[in-house]
Design a protein. Structure first.
Length: 154
């Protein structure tokens, strides 16, 4: 497992996602990126988390930030989840948890830990939070402050 710290370059990845696309982190070079790792589509806390981030999406976009949700479910599940909740950002299918392993967000029994990384425009980690227990999530306002800090430091 990775032990990534603030200041490290974020590991690259290529994953299938919603909207029939394959997403590469490198395609967002030049933009701040918020990576929201969440354990499961349709679970109560994940639903609250992604609704909260969806409600604030225009605030994230005002900084030029890209939001990406990542979890181990497949694209079909993500598509259903996205459509049902009206999520306005892509959900990526890390079905083998390879990206989660690279980011160090796999718990002791192999499950995703609810985690968020904010990357600056050069994709260096400017903020990271990896939950020990997944019953809470970082607020949109906390993440917006991290995005603001990441863009102001450049």
């Amino acid at each position: 497992m990775a032990d990534l710290a603030v200041g490290d370059r974020a590991p690259e990845f290529v994953l299938p996602g919603t909207d029939g696309k394959t997403y590469r982190l490198e395609e967002f070079e030049g933009f701040p990126v918020v990576l929201a790792f969440y354990p499961s589509d349709f679970s109560p806390v994940c639903t609250m988390q992604l609704r909260a981030y969806s409600s604030a999406i225009e605030d994230f976009r005002s900084y030029g930030a890209v939001m990406l949700g990542l979890s181990p479910q497949d694209v079909e599940s993500h598509t259903s989840f996205k459509e049902r909740l009206g999520i306005p950002f892509p959900l990526l299918a890390d079905t083998e948890s390879e990206v989660a392993k690279r980011y160090g967000v796999i718990g002791p029994v192999g499950f995703y830990r609810r985690s968020v990384f904010v990357l600056d425009r050069e994709h260096k980690i400017s903020y990271r939070h990896v939950s020990r227990a997944g019953m809470t999530f970082r607020s949109s306002s906390e993440l917006l402050q991290a995005v603001e800090k990441a863009t102001a430091a450049e």
